[in-house]
Design a protein. Structure first.
Length: 359
């Protein structure tokens, strides 16, 4: 996505009507999509993952391991300067530093590895795999993660692109009426109206992330989540992406779930783990995601996180696949961007996600 589209796009467009499902709790609008039957192999990913699902399917078709396949898929997005949510070109923290998080899980071996607050490395997913493969640990953070990455041969580089820096500077200029930053467009402080500034901040507090999960013809499941995190976050902030059970969870006996959106909400409910556990009980991927999303709604009680109607004032998305090849995307809200990428071995495409609330 180019910068202009990123700054101007809305996450609340309208999609076609879908079939209504009976509410699991009073006031909840549970909307489902009609899914294809199970098929193997299959790869699912977040909406920005069409290139990832294509690459992963090609590699699995050539007999490559599922984890190697999904990591190679997300590497495309990590290296893309036009994607503001991941790797090179990702939006920085409040000090202008790009800090990356990633986790990987390999179902066949029950292996796992993750990094958090990693700076200067384009492909944190590769470093996470190295943590899994070459250490007895599962999570490395900050300077220690960077030192490990360099020891493993990864190249350090500046991840802040000119356009990402421009977006960060725009955020700083509009941050406060009492700071020393001014808008060079007119050399006057705060040229935007309060409503315009609020809308811009909401669009620019970008959550981003890419998740990709796959199951091959042998029923082997793997997943990866990688991100530059919440735009303009406090330095050292870690969201759900590198945390097993939150941003990613894989169980080779059941399936996988990954997430994008508000990481704090996901962390507080271990939602990806919850989705997989619901599937273990025999629930479909779609129903499992809707149940977990409802749990998040029930646990979101802080007034500042709620809209006037009492619903969460944030977005959250799940990308789910089970061992049989059934899959789903599940969003908190309906919207034009409430989609996920899927390659079922026949076609690589975006599909509409199920959702909990109409709006």
């Amino acid at each position: 996505m180019d910068r202009r589209s990123f700054l101007k796009s809305s996450a609340l467009g309208v999609v076609g009507a879908v079939a209504s499902r009976e509410a699991g709790a009073q006031g909840v609008e549970r909307q489902a999509q009609v899914s294809d039957g199970p098929s193997l192999p299959v790869v699912v990913a977040s909406r920005n993952g069409l290139a990832a699902t294509q690459k992963a399917m090609e590699m699995m078709g050539a007999g490559e391991d599922t984890l190697d396949a999904v990591i190679a898929g997300v590497n495309i997005v990590e290296a893309d300067p036009e994607d503001r949510s991941v790797g090179y070109g990702g939006l920085p923290n409040e000090e202008g530093v790009v800090q990356l998080d990633s986790s990987v899980m390999h179902g066949p071996t029950n292996g796992a590895g993750a990094v958090a607050s990693l700076e200067g490395i384009v492909h944190p997913s590769k470093v996470a795999r190295d943590v899994m493969t070459h250490t007895d640990h599962v999570l490395l953070v900050g300077p220690g993660a960077l030192k490990f990455a360099l020891a493993m041969g990864h190249e350090k580089r500046d991840l802040l692109t000119d356009e990402a820096r421009e977006i960060w500077m725009k955020w700083k200029r509009d941050l406060s009426e009492r700071d020393d930053w001014i808008d060079p467009a007119d050399r006057l402080p705060r040229s935007m109206t309060p409503g315009e500034k609020h809308a811009a901040r909401q669009m620019m507090r970008h959550h981003g992330t890419i998740n990709c999960n796959a199951v091959n013809e042998k029923g082997e499941v793997s997943g990866v989540t990688t991100t530059s995190g919440l735009a303009f976050k406090l330095p050292g902030r870690v969201g759900d992406s590198p945390i097993f059970g939150a941003g990613l969870f894989v169980d080779n006996e059941v399936g996988a779930c990954g997430s994008t959106g508000r990481g704090e909400a996901n962390l507080k409910t271990c939602a990806s783990f919850l989705v997989v556990e619901f599937m273990r009980q025999g629930v479909s991927p779609e129903e499992a995601g809707l149940r977990a999303m409802q749990r998040i709604v029930e646990k979101t009680t802080e007034p500042y996180l709620l809209r006037d109607d009492g619903k969460p004032a944030f977005g959250l998305n799940f990308y789910i696949v089970n061992k049989k090849g059934e899959y789903a995307g599940v969003n908190l809200y309906k919207g034009s961007r409430a989609q996920f990428a899927v390659h079922d071995g026949r076609e690589n495409r975006l599909r509409d996600s199920a959702y909990l609330f109409e709006r």
